[in-house]
Design a protein around this ligand. Structure first.
Ligand code: SAH
Ligand code: SF4
Length: 345
């Protein structure tokens, strides 16, 4: 029988599970607190009787991540991890140092089924969703392995968090729990390629997270070519959802725009984009596209990136070019996992 993933449960669910199994329900609070402290085994739960620890160990498992590869950048403090999960699947995480503290970029799925043409994460499709505990373990390991307090989380690693909505919501509740990592929801970004119905679902949770939208193109003509999700939820529908989101939450949206040479980097693109974003409570993040071995996309040169940025600013759009971190360690998501699979590590 497959063991129950105990770390993904909230306190009420844990109480219910213990009752169901005829185990002492009053122990739930103690167990829950140990789990929030990040213990990796039941033996560490020192205030529980030994026989209970053994019983728990037979029924439940504490899902964690195992470091399979750790790459430290020589140019900045970025650290990239390849983690192995309980079933042998691998995911990626990146820890970045910013002036305001440490941020961890976590994966939400093994692979991705959205199939954006510029992205390495989706090339082989979706393998499986991550559980809340596996998302949490990435944040815990980032803090432990670097002996730092993680202050921010971005869900921008492998996978589409809104395609794994229930576990994402579960994770957001657990990671922000005051008794656990206590990372405020305002310090967490959820990035999506634009799964419109789930943007509304996220809005309805009332969580004050930052919503990042991977826009990458100003028109359906261009977006259709590089992002399959646009066939289901075209640009107008996506931007309407964004406007509804900002009106409802008063939270600024962050638009991500990967500049790909000859695809979406012309002055005309900048012009159309500015017209569509004008008046929105938003920020535009330009990312010179990371080259991916499996496709032929390349990034524009620095002058072109600068020009696009200045054009957007001159049209009144709050714009920055994202600082490239860990440029020497394959920090673009999905690449490390692919490499490792190919090498059969
Ligand atoms: N699935 C979610 C979150 C993970 S992807 C999403 O798409 O938003 C994190 C970010 O990296 C997204 O903005 C994605 O579009 C971007 N990205 C993926 N491949 C890239 C590449 N080769 N160059 C630049 N950005 C890329
Ligand atoms: Fe999936 Fe995001 Fe990559 Fe698109 S960009 S394939 S949604 S991980």
């Amino acid at each position: 029988m497959e063991k129950i993933d105990i770390k993904s449960l909230n306190i009420t669910e844990l109480e219910e599970k213990l009752s169901e199994l005829n185990l002492p329900k009053f122990r739930a609070k103690q167990i829950y607190l140990w789990l929030r402290k990040g213990v990796e085994s039941f033996d560490e739960m020192s205030n529980l009787p030994k026989n209970l620890r053994e019983t728990l160990c037979n029924i439940f498992e504490i899902r964690g991540v195992k470091i399979k590869k750790r790459l430290e950048s020589k140019v900045d403090d970025t650290v990239k991890y390849l983690y192995e999960l309980y079933d042998g699947e691998c995911i990626e995480s990146v820890v970045m140092k910013y002036h305001h503290g440490y941020t961890v970029c976590i994966s939400s799925q093994v692979g991705c089924r959205m199939g954006c043409s510029f992205c390495a994460s989706g090339i082989d499709g979706l393998f499986r969703n991550l559980t809340a505990s596996e998302m949490l373990a990435q944040v815990e390991m980032a803090g432990k392995d670097n002996s730092v307090r993680i202050s921010n989380v971005v869900m921008m690693g492998m996978g589409e968090p809104l395609d794994n909505f229930e576990n994402t919501v579960r994770f957001l509740k657990l990671v922000s729990d005051e008794q656990g990592l206590n990372i405020g929801l305002r310090h967490i970004s959820v990035s999506t390629s634009g799964v419109v119905p789930k943007i509304y679902s996220l809005m309805e949770t009332g969580f004050p997270v930052t919503l990042s939208i991977s826009l990458h193109a100003p028109t359906n003509e261009i977006r259709d070519k590089i992002m399959k999700v646009n066939h289901a939820y075209p640009v107008e529908m996506l931007l309407k959802a964004c406007r509804d989101y900002t009106e409802n939450t008063r939270r600024r949206i962050s638009f991500e725009y990967a500049l790909i040479s000859g695809v979406n980097d012309t002055d005309e693109c900048a012009d159309i984009l500015a017209k569509k974003l004008r008046g929105m409570l938003c920020h535009l993040n330009l990312i010179p596209a990371n080259p991916v071995k499996e496709n032929s996309f390349s990034r524009p040169n620095d002058n072109k990136v600068h020009r696009f940025c200045e054009l957007m600013k001159s049209k009144g759009i709050n714009t920055t070019v994202r600082r490239t971190l860990g440029g020497d360690i394959d920090a673009s998501c999905g690449q490390l996992r692919r490499k490792s699979r190919e090498e059969g590590l």
